[in-house]
Design a protein. Structure first.
Length: 187
């Protein structure tokens, strides 16, 4: 059977949802530590604009990193708009919206320049391209950015294939962080 993006997505979603809840806190601890270290290595001396995501129950919980980074940097989260989203500053209170995603309030200002993007990934292929939930929201959002930010994919379970199954428009990362492994783009 040939592996397709859709079949791989289903394999990864099943793996993530069947993942043991027993050590979920420990896995999130490992992810947050690796993510903080990656952000520190990036050069956190100047004030950066960082796009985070607010995690769904089966995604990696990166809220500890978000709260820590928020003290010194400009933190943004997605705000759903049609088939894509725009960035809005992370502000409380958050409201539960479409797909069960928590969002900050909308803003008039359009932000289209960020230094770092932290993106949830369901699966990743051999080019470190993202397999997401199949809606294409991050792909459409990244296509509108002036410059590609340093991109970090985060997964609660490593779900990676060496095969090249993504489309040309699928976003790629500079580094993939999971509880068990960190994978960097070569070159």
């Amino acid at each position: 059977m040939t592996l397709t993006k859709n079949s791989f997505r289903q394999i990864c979603l099943k793996k993530i949802k069947k993942s043991s809840q027993h050590n979920k806190f420990y896995k999130n601890f490992l992810i947050n530590n690796a993510l903080l270290k990656e952000l520190e290595n990036f050069g956190m001396k100047k004030r950066l604009k960082i796009l985070f995501f607010y995690p769904l129950p089966y995604e990696a919980d990166i809220l500890k990193t978000l709260k820590k980074i928020r003290e010194k940097h400009d933190v943004f989260v997605p705000f759903m708009q049609g088939e894509s989203f725009k960035m809005v500053p992370f502000r409380l209170p958050l409201k539960k919206k479409k797909f069960g995603i928590f969002e900050a309030g909308n803003t008039i200002k359009n932000y289209n320049n960020i230094d770092i993007a932290i993106v949830p990934a369901v699966g990743v292929d051999g080019n470190l391209q993202r397999i997401g939930f199949g809606k294409g929201m991050y792909d459409r959002f990244f296509a509108k950015l002036k410059e590609k930010p340093y991109t970090i994919f985060v997964q609660p379970e490593l779900c990676y294939t060496h095969q090249l199954i993504c489309d040309a428009y699928d976003i790629s990362c500079d580094v993939l962080i999971t509880p068990s492994k960190i994978v960097r783009k070569l070159g």
